[in-house]
Every structure is written in C-alpha cells, then in structure tokens.
Ligand binder design. Structure first.
Ligand code: ATP
Length: 364
C-alpha cells in the first residue's frame, strides 16, 4: 500500500546538535528505507546561535512550520555565553513546549549490555516522565518587581494538567508491559508532606490510579526516591513527577544507565511530539566529532514508535525496533564513544549502527 511520506522537521540547534542530528538522520533514513517508511525532512534554524544573528530564539514562522510537521527531531539548543538580558539562557525548546502544550517529557533509561555504570545494578529499564509546562516553571513569565532583597518562583499544578499527566503515565505502564514485558507499575515522586501543591498532585494521582486497577503503584517522597535511583534502580518501571523534580531525577536515572550520551527523550502532547536527546549542546566537545550519537538515535526510534501509535502504522514500529536492536548490538560490541569507555567518533558509531541494521536485515 502506498502511503504519504511523514514530514519530519529537523532542528539541529547549537553545539553538538548538528553532529548528533546528522548521525541520527543517517541511521533513521536507512531504517526507514528498509521498512518501507517514507520520510521527508525539512530543516529549521533556532537556538542560541540563531539568537546571536537575529535577536530571536525562534522565528514565528518556524514555530508555525514545525507544528505542521508530523514530528520534530531536535539536536540541542542553548550556549552558556549567549543569554537574554535577564541572565537566563536561550531555550526555544521551552517556548515550543508552551506553544504546543507539550505537557510531558518521556525519558526512558535502560541499561544496555556493554555500557559501563558505576551503580551496582543488573537490570535497569525505567521510564521517567517529567511534567513539562507547570510545576516550578509555571511562573516563568510572571512579572516580578525588581528587588535586591528577595526573588521567587511559583509552583502551580492544575487538575487538568495532573490528570493528563497521570493518564499518560498509566497508559505508558500498560503499553510497556504489553510490548516489553515490564511489570506494569507507576511510582509518583513528590513532596506531599510539605508542599500543598504536591499533596494536591498526590490526591489526583490516587483518583487516576483508581481507574487503572491492573497497574501497581507507589508514592514516594522525592528525597528518598532520588536516593533509590542509585541504591535500587531496579525497583522503578514508570516514574512520574513534577517538572523540576523530573528534570533532576531523569538526569540521575540517565547517569545510572551510562550518562547523557545514551539517554533519549520525547516531549509530547496528544497531537505533537518533539524528540531529542536528554543532553544539552555540550559546548566543551562541540565540533570535535566525539559526541555520542546514541541518545539522538534512540530518540529517532521513539519518534517512529510515536508515529506508529498515532497513525496506526506498524512499519514505523518495525523500523524503531530495528534501530534499537542495531544500537544495542553496537553498544555491546563497539565501537563506542569515549563517554561510555570507547575511543570512536560520532560518525564511526553511526556507521556501525547502520552496518548492524543491514546485517540484521540480511539475517532476517
Ligand atoms: P542543558 O542544561 O542544556 O541540558 P547541561 O549544562 O546539562 O546542558 P550538557 O550540554 O548536556 O550540559 O553537557 C554535560 C556534560 O555531558 C558535558 O561534559 C558534555 O560534554 C557531556 N555530554 C553531553 N552530551 C554528550 C554526548 N552526546 N556525548 C558525549 N558527552 C556528552
């Protein structure tokens, strides 16, 4: 059956962004061809470098155009030395979340054989879900009186925001159990013993949990729960939490499974998805050709899975599985980049994954 091509908006961004996007697109394109998925790419500029040239983090027409694409694949945005007058970094990816209501960031952290970890753990396979537009980011645009004595940020959560977040968490737990044999468990991390907003979140979590009897649950305070990422990461399947708590714990989880170079993510609403590595622009290694492309390659696989679910297109999920299997084979046998104990460059790793894809196809 002939189907139209999916429109993929590419946003390479800053620092190592263009390098990891090039690598991921080479793998994505091979997997798409092998599984009869047609992809059209459009390229869009935004980020700190773009701001330096234009005084805009993202142009309004770019914001419109990416919303018309079927999905967005983003490298990294922001540079420490390019800032707004108020001292904050250029972060159009945050503007995109607000503009398109991307209310959750899905951050799978799985320990692949062959990837070194400093934590004693056999089997780590969790999905950290970070709320993305409320919580401690809710007051980002609040007007505040200038003062040299105090400053505050606002933590707000809404019933609607919590309900859609927790529904998604339970659906993810069900889907992971069905597709990957995970236990079907959701943990809420909060500070409900002190923060009223978090006690409210917990109440809504319990309401949503009552609609999903077949999924087991835990509610753990964020402080103890953070420690458990290190002492007992196997206990987690799906973890869901407030915006800033999720920002921090998802990086702890990434550290447990080998670091930011292997941690993919997807910022999603019911209708839009922006897929990007969990890492930033890594200016310390930009241009050196040594960035680990695995996080972006796994983000591209998440994008195919998302397209598969949204469009009912099995070919996309087959292409996603092939990318994950080929990436797993290369992580196990090398070549690997130096952040995970190897000595290879970005291109060499991407080419090895492409070779593993074709070896897999020949074996099938
Ligand atoms: P942001 O706040 O934008 O997420 P950050 O300040 O957390 O960014 P990163 O840019 O993610 O910082 O970099 C943190 C460290 O991890 C740096 O030392 C960087 O070189 C390293 N790093 C990040 N991504 C990769 C990668 N893909 N491959 C190898 N090393 C990486």
């Amino acid at each position: 059956m002939t189907r139209n091509a999916y429109e993929i908006a590419l946003m390479p961004g800053d620092g190592i962004g263009p390098e990891v996007i090039d690598a991921a697109v080479s793998v994505l394109s091979d997997a798409a061809v092998r599984h009869d998925v047609s992809l059209n790419y459009t390229h869009h500029e935004a980020g700190a470098d773009y701001y330096r040239k234009t005084q805009m983090a993202i142009a309004p027409e770019t914001m419109d155009a990416i919303g018309k694409a079927d999905a967005v694949l983003l490298g990294a945005m922001g540079l420490p030395d390019v800032r707004y007058p108020d001292g904050t970094e250029i972060a159009p990816q945050i503007d995109m979340r607000e503009h398109y209501g991307l209310f959750a960031s899905l951050r799978p952290c799985r320990l692949f054989p062959g990837v070194p970890t400093r934590v004693r753990a056999e089997h780590v396979d969790m999905l950290v879900i970070r709320e993305l537009v409320e919580g401690l980011f809710a007051g980002r645009h609040d007007k505040i009186a200038e003062s040299n004595d105090s400053c505050s940020d606002r933590l707000t959560v809404s019933r609607k925001g919590c309900e859609q977040l927790f529904e998604l968490a339970f659906r993810q737990a069900e889907q992971r159990r069905r597709l990957h044999g995970t236990p079907g468990h959701v943990t809420l991390l909060d500070k409900a013993n002190v923060l009223r907003s978090n006690a409210f979140m917990r109440k809504i979590f319990d309401e949503v949990a009552a609609q999903h009897h077949d999924i087991a649950t835990d509610r753990i305070y964020i402080d103890a729960g953070s420690m458990m990422f290190v002492t007992n990461p196997e206990r987690y399947d799906v973890v869901v939490t407030e915006n800033v708590f999720g920002d921090i714990t998802s990086e702890i989880a990434a550290g447990v499974v080998g670091g930011l170079g292997v941690a993919p993510s997807a910022d999603v609403s019911e209708t839009h998805g922006v897929f990007q590595p969990s890492h930033g622009s890594a200016p310390d290694i930009a241009g050196a050709g040594v960035a680990n492309p695995v996080a972006t390659i796994l983000s591209a696989a998440m994008m195919l899975d998302w397209l598969s679910e949204k469009r009912g297109d099995e070919r996309c999920s087959r292409a996603a599985s092939a990318i994950r299997a080929a990436t797993g084979a290369v992580l196990a046998g090398g070549p690997k980049t130096r952040d995970i104990g190897g000595a290879a460059g970005t291109r060499e790793v991407a080419d090895a994954i492409r070779a593993a894809l074709s070896a897999d196809a020949l074996a099938a």
